[in-house]
Design a protein around this ligand. Structure first.
Ligand SMILES: [Zn+2]
Length: 288
């Protein structure tokens, strides 16, 4: 297993986020000296990412918060422009069948991305890091980003950073903490995190403190490989694995079977699965 280095990213940073959830996650990250990448939505129009507590920051409070975070080393990424999914295009990575950008023309994307960037500029924020809503973007997004001076994207399903169209891709494979290896990013949506999620996060971080790194474009570029057939194949394998997991998660029968036959000892686990697989095939499993 390759040794792990990980970054942290917080998605959906808006004046409407759940303040209490955000503060709880922030205090864990601060405790371990972790400076995450934060995905700011310049002009959030997507109410599904508003916090559940109905609170929101005033303009002044929000500016002060972002100022405080960036002064302590947190890195702002532009998380789309308005975060509204306007197409059903999964884009280059194929993770989610929806996008704010993928599937629209270069001109539309350029205009929208420029709008977002200009709003951030007016808030005094300069960033060349992009975080695509839904992890979906296409060739036109890359071209428009490049033309607007963006240099890096926090996404990629490979275990190393890579350069594609001269843009730096920082892996974010979206696997469980214990499955991460190589260089990866923990992707968090603070609005939806339960206390248990936050304590699991803290447990992981406390056990792997030495593996946490901060975003540094130069260092990551040095570690990056060029996008190639090998990277493409590895990404498509990772995507297949992901959709298989989704299928299992959506199948109560298979989920129940896997849970019931789980065992810390791998040999026993597979013996149990082997022994019970005829029962699974009879379609009666889960009805007993
Ligand atoms: Zn988002």
């Amino acid at each position: 297993m390759r040794s792990l280095k990980f970054l942290v990213r917080l998605d959906d940073i808006t004046p409407y986020m759940d303040r209490e959830r955000f503060d709880k996650v922030r205090s864990v990250l601060d405790k371990y000296g972790i400076c995450p990448m934060i995905g700011m939505v310049p002009d959030c129009r997507d109410k599904s990412i508003y916090g559940n507590d109905g609170s929101s920051y005033s303009d002044e409070e929000y500016r002060a918060l972002i100022n405080e975070l960036t002064s302590s080393g947190w890195i702002v990424a532009m998380h789309g422009t308005n975060h509204v999914y306007s197409t059903e295009d999964a884009g280059l990575l194929g993770i989610n069948p929806f996008s704010e950008f993928a599937g629209t023309s270069y001109e539309v994307q350029y205009t929208k991305l420029k709008q977002g960037r200009d709003i951030l500029h007016r808030l005094g924020i300069q960033t060349d890091l992009f975080m695509a809503p839904g992890h979906s973007f296409d060739e036109n997004t890359l071209k428009a980003l490049k033309d607007l001076g963006f240099r890096a994207i926090t996404d990629g399903l490979y275990h190393k950073p890579y350069l594609r169209e001269s843009i730096l891709f920082i892996p974010c494979t979206l696997v469980a903490y214990d499955k991460m290896h190589g260089l990866d990013t923990i992707c968090l949506h603070t609005n939806n995190m339960t206390d248990k999620d936050i304590s699991d996060l803290e447990k992981f971080i406390s056990r792997h403190k030495g593996a946490a790194i901060r975003y540094n474009e130069d260092d990551l570029r040095v570690a990056a490989v060029n996008y190639s057939e090998t990277v493409a194949m590895a990404e498509s394998a990772a995507l297949k694995m992901r959709s298989q997991k989704d299928r299992i998660a959506n199948s109560p029968k298979l989920g129940a079977f896997l849970a019931d036959t789980d065992h810390p000892n791998t040999v026993i686990k597979w013996l149990k699965r082997l022994a019970l697989s005829p029962v699974l095939l009879t379609r009666k499993y889960g009805k007993q």
